[in-house]
Each structure stands twice: as C-alpha cells, then as structure tokens.
Write a protein that binds this ligand. Structure first.
Ligand code: IMP
Ligand code: MG
Length: 422
C-alpha cells in the first residue's frame, strides 16, 4: 500500500532536513513523474545509492532514479546550480530527464548579493538564510519585477529585463548595502549563455502533469524545507519565502487540489533546525552534541551545524493539521538507539501556566513555550530488520498522539535501511 503512488505529496513535517530525499527516492522507484513545487537551491537532498552519495539542491530527487523530473511555477531557479547539477548527473552516467516551468522565476546574481548583504546588515536579528538568493527572488516575484524562465527564450526580452532590474538593484546595492554594483554586459552575456542551455528543458508543466494524471500515471510531489518554515504557517520571520505546506503542491504545479490523493509527512524521530528562531525542545547540555554527531546533523547546502532537539509532538500535531497529512514516515530512528531514556514533548506550558497540546497561534506564546516531556524507554541496540519492543512502543506512542499512522521507519542512511510497517 505504501508503495502505491497515485498523486502523492511528500512534505517535511518539521523545520526541513527530515530525510525527505530518502523517502522521495524510495517512492520515486514506483512513480512516473517527480515534481518540485516550491523553493529553490536552498533545499538540500542527500540520496545514498549503494556507495554513491548524491547531493541535490535544485532538481527533484527523482532524477537519480531516471524519472521525469519537473520543476514547477512555484519554484525559483538558479540556472548555474541547475545546469551544474545536470552536468554532474550526466558525468555520473545518468540521463537527467528534466522539464522546467516557464513561469518559474530566475535567481539573479543580485538576489544572492542582497541575501548576503541583508543578513549581514540584520546582524543579531538575522534569519540565518542559506544565502542562495531565495528570499530576494520571491520578493521580486511578488513585486512583479522578477525575471522568469520563459524570458530566456527571447534574447531581446531577457536583456531588457536585466537592464530594467539592474537600474534599480544597483542603486540599492551601492547606496543601501554599500556593495559593488553589477555590470549589465557581464550579467547579460552570462545569462544569455545559460539561456542557450536552458531552452530545451523549458515546458508546460501544468499541462504535462495534468496529462500524466489523466493517463493514470503515478506522480510524486516533493516538498522542499518543512512545515515550520512555511511563509504563512511557519515560525515567521524565521521561515523561508515560499509556501512549504502540501496544498502548495497544487498551486506550485498548476493543478487542482482535488487531484491529490495522499499526503505523506516526513519527520525525524527527533528535531533539528538550522538558522535562527525559537525551538522549544532544543536540547540543553551534551546530549545535543551527541545527537548531532550520531545523526550527522550538518547542513547539506551550507555545512552549518544543525540545532538538535527532542521529538516535539505539539509541533508535529500542527504539521498534521496544516498539511492534511494522511500518513507519516519517521526517519533516523537509529540515531536514538544509544539513549537510555527518550524525552518526548507531549504538551507546551505557556506563560500563564496553562498547558496545551495545540501549537500556539501567536509568536510570543510560542517563543515563551516550555516543553512538557514524557520519558519513553530507549532500546539500546542497533536497529536492523524487525524493530525491538521499545522502538515499536516509541512509534506507537507517536501514532496515538497524532492520530496518524506511521507507515515507514528509517533506520539508516542507505536506501535499503527502512522498515515498512504497513
Ligand atoms: P532561505 O530559505 O535561504 O531564505 O532561509 C530561510 C530559513 O529557512 C533559514 O532558517 C534556513 O536555514 C531555512 N532553510 C531553507 N532551506 C532549508 C532546508 O532545506 N532545510 C532546512 N532549513 C532550510
Ligand atoms: Mg535539507
């Protein structure tokens, strides 16, 4: 049942890095089309096949399995990263089969410059972005001065748009951020070069996915980042600049929400967060370092240390709600194998002393929330094949609290290290 993939969304149920890449890779084997619907090269998916490690940021993870890989209108695309990934995959003997929506927006060099300069300027108040130009590219999209993939199809339009954008961006860069302006000729010729190479990959993604679904094909929608990084429903302002929730799979591709059959949330058996912002279950003391080392919790894109915390069922319950999660994949359970007792946050204690199972709707309540833990028994043995009793109890407890079934448990980095429970 789990491996049946009609129209399935895979969504991160925490702050990103839940191990979605591995679950997508697994389900991609059974899919015909794999789509990215939001985000850009801020996502970092690690897929391990035999002894080969693939780190992918811009194209859907399904590309490793040779599936038709689609980048939807809701994405922002850094052409240098995209073309670099296509080259790398080709060098490793794969034939990437990729279609990019003409409506997706391009990340331009000034977006990277502004992302970096603005984080520097914010100082202690910084968001801790991946500095890939994601936020500034989405901001220009909303301001209707963005440059889209389809603009590369016409050299004259492309140059004109770059000229218009630069006239404004250079003033910002020089006067507000005190950094070097960009030279029109240099940017235009660089992007004209990308344009030549991008052209064959541009297509009508909405139509393509609609036709695939009508033909009864299996389509997988691969979310980037995670629920708590959603622009509207996450821990604003410490969020990314796109809608990461499952519903955006429809908008970001250009299909109706009623076309989606299944929403799989991916959560780690603990929690990590990169970048700034509140994190109630962040571990105090040496156990944080222990989880980080055991879990290899360093950013795929940035190499940054990830902050580590105990499993937070209040936040997960919220993720189940805002995404409409129909089943969960619980990843990296093996990382917890050496602990005697496993704290699990079942409620938050708020400033007024009341306790709640529901995620606070206002930021000041969330910032001040204290986790209420229950301690579950550890299993103290490596996970391989059938799960030991205590590990099963851990999984069952999560299911009971969330009222959602856990279909899959991750027990190691390799593609094969998963236990299907149903
Ligand atoms: P941005 O997406 O680069 O603008 O970064 C905004 C916030 O989202 C920062 O806290 C980043 O660390 C976080 N973020 C963005 N992409 C990912 C991801 O793939 N995994 C985890 N955190 C991410
Ligand atoms: Mg990641």
């Amino acid at each position: 049942m789990f491996f049946d993939v009609p129209a399935t969304v895979i969504v991160g149920a925490q702050w990103g890095d839940e191990g979605k890449g591995k679950i997508v890779d697994l389900l991609a084997q059974e899919s015909d089309v794999v789509c990215r619907y939001q985000g850009g090269p801020n996502a970092g998916h690690t897929i391990i096949v035999d002894d080969e490690t693939f780190k992918i940021r811009q194209v859907p993870s399904g590309v490793v399995s040779g599936k038709l890989s689609v980048i939807g209108a809701g994405c922002v695309v850094d052409p240098e990263v995209l073309l670099g990934e296509l080259d790398q995959l080709t060098e490793r003997g794969l034939e990437p089969n990729v279609v990019v929506s003409g409506n997706a927006h391009l990340i331009m060099p000034w977006h990277l410059a502004i992302d970096q300069a603005s984080e520097r300027r914010l100082g202690k108040l910084k968001i801790g972005t991946t500095r890939r130009g994601i936020g500034p590219a989405y901001a220009d999209k909303a301001s209707r001065i963005g440059i889209r993939i389809q603009d590369v199809l016409d050299a004259k339009i492309l140059r004109q748009k770059i000229e218009v954008a630069l006239a404004e961006k250079n003033i910002w860069l020089e006067r507000v951020y005190d950094v070097e302006p960009f030279d029109l000729e240099a940017v235009a010729s660089r992007y004209e070069g990308y344009a030549q190479r991008l052209r064959p990959y541009v297509g009508d993604v909405s139509l393509l996915v609609d036709r695939a679904l009508r033909a009864g094909k299996d389509v997988l929608f691969e979310g980037g980042q995670g629920t708590l990084l959603d622009l509207d429903h996450g821990t604003y302002p410490f969020v990314t600049s796109s809608a990461t929730v499952a519903a955006n799979a429809a908008t970001g591709i250009g299909i109706g929400p009623n076309r989606i059959d299944r929403i799989i949330g991916v959560a780690k058996a603990y929690v990590t967060r990169v970048g700034e912002g509140p994190f109630p279950t962040e571990i105090a003391g040496p156990d944080q370092e222990r989880v980080r080392e055991l879990g290899g919790e360093y950013g795929t894109v940035t190499g940054r240390e990830r902050r580590c915390g105990w499993l937070d069922l209040v936040a997960l319950r919220y993720a189940v709600r805002v995404n409409g999660i129909t089943s969960l994949a619980l990843t990296k359970l093996d990382v917890l194998s050496t602990f005697d007792r496993l704290p699990v946050c079942v409620r938050y204690r708020l400033r007024d002393g009341t306790e709640t199972e529901d995620f606070p709707a206002h930021q000041s309540d969330f910032h001040a929330a204290e986790p209420v833990y229950e301690h579950l028994a550890g299993w103290r043995q490596p996970l391989d094949g059938d799960l030991p009793e205590a590990a099963r109890a851990y999984v069952a407890r999560v299911e009971r609290e969330l009222e959602v079934e856990i279909s899959l448990v991750g027990t190691g980095a390799d593609r094969k290290r998963v236990v299907a429970l149903r």
